[in-house]
Design a binder for this molecule. Structure first.
Ligand code: NDP
Ligand code: MG
Length: 397
């Protein structure tokens, strides 16, 4: 039996992961589940999946969950606080760790899992954006396995030859074509974008996801973060990662080879496919996703992205070019701006403005240690927080 810890089990990816795990009770055992504070959902998950541990970062909520489980006779050890995330990621009885916490908060337990030599199934792209070098080195040094859950990167992984780590030019890979749906604002004219609401931004046409990544998809920062993610995962240059708008979200990405071949991975847009792939790799298991009906699809469209209407993508390429702490600064400023937008304190079109100004006001350092990265993250949150405050007063457009 393979022991699995699901970090961020109460979120969108977490729930999909538990759905796949429950289809294979003879193969996987749920060892640990974690939430930030949604104890109602975590309580239900404890009853259904019977983990050994449940972590709740909010300590008061952890105590409430503990009382409730005890009084109902459900035997689960409840741990509170941030450090407990690292504890469960390192447990000896945990073989696989699903890293599905949203944002920078996911970095420490993801790194803990990598350092402990686990199979790390990475949904938390922000961890790689912030500290790609450190995370990739940790994976290599400990002999951990890193399998991408992000649908595009999982698709690329599936289209790569098994020995791609020898070097992409060695194995004849020329380019990655990273597909993007374009999000709910794909066809909006620039003036319309200023009045996009959180409801509209979160209504993704093809995918059902958490609120932060939904806004990132609407601004196309999600694709920007994914370009950075692809560079680390596949050791490829930014100029070899081409973003392709593909509104149907059925081709999840492609790899182009020196002989003219382009390999694509296709499927219905449902995160249970990449999750099942990473859980079973190199085998294949049932994910619960319906087979793709190619005749019902009929047509596939591909377009170039519009960097003028969606400057977040340009900013991500800039951060990659600067290197060092620049992607961590981009990520932190984005998290602050997106939260303010969701709180209705910032206009949709001000999100890239806050990020660009934050990037301009902080010098790039070498990202040699976690301390340096955390300091860059802290400073970027401070600067972006101030900019958001000014923006809210002036009514940023
Ligand atoms: P959700 O917002 O749905 O879930 C986030 C999870 O993280 C919840 O379990 C939440 O707990 C927990 N969490 C939030 N803040 C903290 C914190 N500070 N410390 C510890 N735990 C925390 O997010 P998604 O599932 O949509 O996304 C998760 C990650 O996967 C993101 O990095 C996203 O970019 C990536 N991803 C998601 C995809 C999707 O389809 N949703 C696709 C590809 C990548 P609680 O419920 O208690 O708040
Ligand atoms: Mg994705």
């Amino acid at each position: 039996m393979i022991g699995v810890a699901v970090l961020g089990s109460t979120g969108s990816v977490g729930v999909s992961t538990l759905d796949v795990l429950a289809r294979h009770p003879a193969r996987f055992r749920v060892v640990a589940l974690t939430a930030y504070r949604d104890i109602d959902r975590l309580y239900e998950q404890c009853r259904v999946h019977g983990p050994e541990y449940a972590v709740v970062v909010d300590r008061a909520a952890a105590e409430r969950l503990d009382r409730r489980l005890r009084s109902d006779g459900v035997e689960v050890e409840v741990l509170g606080g941030e450090e407990a995330l690292n504890t469960v990621a390192r447990l000896a009885q945990v073989d696989y760790v699903m890293a599905a916490i949203v944002g920078a908060a996911g970095l420490p337990p993801t790194l803990a899992a990598a350092r402990a030599g686990k199979r790390v199934m990475l949904a938390n792209k922000e961890a790689l954006v912030m500290s790609g070098r450190i995370l990739m080195d940790a994976v290599r040094d400990s002999g951990a396995e890193l399998l991408p859950i992000d649908s595009e990167h999982n698709a690329v992984f599936q289209c790569m030859p098994p020995d791609f780590e020898r070097g992409l030019s060695e194995v004849g890979v020329v380019r990655i074509l990273l597909t993007a749906s374009g999000g709910p604002c794909r066809n909006m004219a620039a003036p319309e974008l200023a009045s996009v609401t959180p409801e509209l931004a979160c209504a993704h046409p093809n995918w059902s996801m958490g609120r932060k990544i939904s806004v990132d998809s609407a601004t196309m920062m999600n694709k920007g973060l994914e370009v950075i993610e692809a560079c680390w995962l596949f050791n490829i240059k930014p100029s070899q990662v081409q973003v392709v708008i593909h509104p149907q979200s059925l081709v999840h990405s492609m790899v182009q080879y020196a002989d003219g071949s382009v390999l694509a991975q296709m499927g219905n847009p449902d995160m249970r496919t990449p999750i099942a792939h990473a859980l079973a790799w190199p085998d294949r298991i049932d994910s619960g996703v319906a087979a793709l009906d190619i005749f019902a699809v009929g047509q596939l469209d591909f377009e170039r992205p519009d960097l003028a209407r969606f400057p977040c993508l340009r900013l991500a390429y800039e951060a990659l070019e600067r290197g060092g702490t620049a992607p961590a600064v981009l990520n932190a400023a984005n998290e602050v701006a997106v939260q303010s937008f969701l709180d209705r304190r910032l206009a949709f079109t001000a999100i890239p403005q806050v990020i660009e100004k934050t990037m301009q006001s902080l010098a790039t350092q070498e990202a040699g240690s976690l301390e340096v990265i955390h300091e860059a993250d802290r400073q970027a949150r401070e600067v972006a927080g101030r900019l958001v405050g000014v923006g809210a007063k002036k009514g940023y457009a």
